[in-house]
Design a binder for this molecule. Structure first.
Ligand code: MG
Length: 164
């Protein structure tokens, strides 16, 4: 039982990266071919960054910038899956594990759907949960705002942690 007496914890996360030079974007650990890349210190994986922030939020441990500061050379070009595994370890050390997570990617392009299943498999591996605990969805923003103008890509995540 947690200090609040409730055997569940909920968290939410949000992340954005601007498009820049490049030929792919990393999404949920998958290298997705695209005519742009993203500007980022790490690999700029908005799916994983939003999910990490959701897990850290559920644990009330601050945010991804606190745990993996862009000023730290260790994280330059980092594989964001290492961030996710670290967040999972923080949860498990405290007696929690992921119950389920739901992530929504917002962009006009690239198309996320064809890669969603692979993303689910990779994230489920990193979090040691069944694939049906991980949902990846996508939407456009109907050509509105920065995502609609294809200036960048965003992701939102919610997760539930349960007592392990
Ligand atoms: Mg980020």
């Amino acid at each position: 039982m947690s200090s609040t007496g409730v055997p569940f914890r909920v968290g939410q996360g949000y992340d954005v990266h601007a498009f820049g030079e490049g030929d792919h974007v990393m999404l949920g650990g998958v290298r997705v071919p695209h005519d742009r890349g993203v500007i980022a210190h790490s690999d700029g994986d908005v799916v994983i960054h939003a999910l990490c922030d959701a897990m850290l939020g559920a644990l009330a441990l601050g945010d991804i910038g606190k745990h993996f500061p862009p000023s730290d050379e260790r994280w330059k070009g980092a594989d964001s899956r290492a961030f996710l595994r670290h967040c999972d370890a923080l949860a498990r050390e405290r007696g929690w594990q992921l119950g389920n997570a739901d992530v929504t990617v917002v962009c006009e392009r690239p198309k996320v759907g064809p890669h969603a299943q692979t993303m689910r498999e990779l994230l489920a591996q990193d979090l040691s949960v069944d694939i049906d605990a991980i949902s990846i969805k996508a939407t456009t923003s109907e050509k509105l705002g920065f995502t609609g103008r294809s200036e960048g890509i965003a992701a939102m995540a919610v997760c539930l942690l349960v007592k392990s």
